[in-house]
Design a protein around this ligand. Sequence first.
Ligand SMILES: NC(=O)c1ccc[n+]([C@@H]2O[C@H](COP(=O)([O-])OP(=O)(O)OC[C@H]3O[C@@H](n4cnc5c(N)ncnc54)[C@H](OP(=O)(O)O)[C@@H]3O)[C@@H](O)[C@H]2O)c1
Length: 374
Amino acid sequence: MLQPLLFCYQALPCTALEPQVKRSIARPELSRCRKHELQLANSRECTEEAMELTKDSSITMNDGNRIPVLGFGTYSPEGVPKSQAKEGVKVAIEVGYRHIDGAFVYQNEVEVGEAIREKIADGTVKREEIFYTGKLWSTFLSPELVRTGLDKSLKALQLDYLDLFIIHWPFSFKPGDNSLPMDENRKVIYHSVDLRATWEVMEACKDAGLVKSIGVSNFNRRQLELILNKPGLKYKPVCNQVECHVYLNQRKMQEFCKSKNIVLVGYSVLGSSREKDWVDQTSPVLLDDPVLLKIGQKYKKSSAQVAMRYILQQGVVALAKSFTPERIRQNIQLFDFHLAPEDMEAIDALNKDMRYVHMKSISDHPEFPFNDEY
Ligand SMILES: NC(=O)c1ccc[n+]([C@@H]2O[C@H](COP(=O)([O-])OP(=O)(O)OC[C@H]3O[C@@H](n4cnc5c(N)ncnc54)[C@H](OP(=O)(O)O)[C@@H]3O)[C@@H](O)[C@H]2O)c1
């Protein structure tokens, strides 16, 4: 089972193939920002509301469902035993995370599903309190394969439905059992798919009750507009999940998504797991940034907590992964402080539009998302 994932990373040296890949009910919703009624609170005008964030805060998406603002990432770096994903998810649920971010291509949905079901069985949570995101991998983008891709995740997880199902990447690979099909020159074999046709089957999955909400990931503006402008569009994407952190603050994508009532979900907010095979080892270590460390001293918080709070205060959903129990606990201690405007501005100044997950080896794919400005 692990082999295709290992293959996937080893085969793409120095590239970034994506590692593979409420407000409380009593509080006003984040989307009801005073100055922007019914718009997302991902602008600085809404800092006041952002200060009221709690660990149970969520954002109302454009289909009426709610997404918790803090999510637990489950991508397992190469060589990490899958049991760690299971234990990590169990600890996360015990300490209060209710949003779990997974994917077929992470090859650990069996363990993640076991953890969720065990925490339901022992009475810690009810299924309806958990928000699970699954992702459609690139070998399943052909319309006739979307349902197959979803069924594989549901079967592995042993869940009846996903809360959110997103297209993992806009580029399609040759369908088949290998998640990363390659030719004799070890070049990934591409496939051509009309993303609008893929989206129509995503809509059908929602209508069938197999998923509550549908969205996309790693789409650029053009690709989002392709879906939004599709004749006969039934459901808009509820979210775009993209890399988002202090060195890549996604300001333009944030503004665009806000204008379309699409939630931005940020991944690698801590600077990724920095795997040698796909992250440039000379790239700056985000959690060592002196500005984050200094601001952390002011609030008696770690650089990780400052980096995460910065994302949340913009109305962006923050995903963070850790399989270390102490860090899992630390990463949810984000709701007893707020960053002052001058600290938000100091962190804004760190932006350098720098990706950890750059996927350069497939930058010639017609649907490669990162050749556009955003
Ligand atoms: N849609 C996509 O294409 C995509 C791409 C990338 C990621 N994602 C999702 O986003 C999630 C998060 O992104 P990510 O996994 O790339 O990385 P991340 O959350 O930015 O960083 C994870 C790394 O940070 C370490 N860490 C966690 N908390 C820490 C703390 N308090 N202090 C110091 N180090 C800490 C973790 O180590 P330990 O685990 O050893 O504690 C791990 O090495 C993924 O797991 C996945 O669910 C989606």
